[in-house]
Design a protein around this ligand. Structure first.
Ligand code: 5GP
Length: 118
């Protein structure tokens, strides 16, 4: 799928949609999900233009990929989630129900999470 720069996360990266940024570095941004599915629900996105996880892993540089995954860990540390745990989710492609075509990690935490995976 070709990257569409009009997607909402691209607009957040460009500063076109005011968003409370929880964490930012050269490679990534993190902010709260607008429609949280857990007591803590944060989205982490790389700044590069990748549609989904597969696209990032196929076409991202090692620096971009490592920078993005390190940013996820920084957010986990910042929110002190290590102790009680958390779940990472990457919806990828049509069957997953991915809504926003810019790769994003969901960090879900803050209480016992449901076991439903599908
Ligand atoms: P997906 O289903 O693509 O994996 O998840 C997209 C997520 O982005 C959804 O959980 C949705 O609530 C969230 N979202 C969509 N638009 C916005 C927005 O403008 N701001 C924020 N903070 N989250 C958004």
């Amino acid at each position: 799928m070709e990257y569409n720069a009009n997607n909402v996360f691209a607009k957040i990266i460009r500063g076109e949609i005011p968003t409370d940024i929880l964490y930012e570095d050269t490679y990534a941004l993190a902010f709260k999900d607008i429609n949280p599915k857990a007591p803590i629900h944060v989205l982490v996105i790389p700044k590069g233009m990748f549609t989904d996880y597969s696209d990032l892993m196929a076409h991202g540089s090692t620096e971009e990929i490592m920078g993005f995954f390190r940013a996820i860990t920084k957010v986990v540390d910042k929110l002190n989630l290590e102790k009680n745990g958390y779940r990472l989710v990457f919806n990828t492609g049509t069957d997953s129900g991915q809504e926003v075509p810019h790769v994003h990690a969901h960090i879900l935490a803050g209480g016992k999470l449901g076991i439903q995976l599908g």
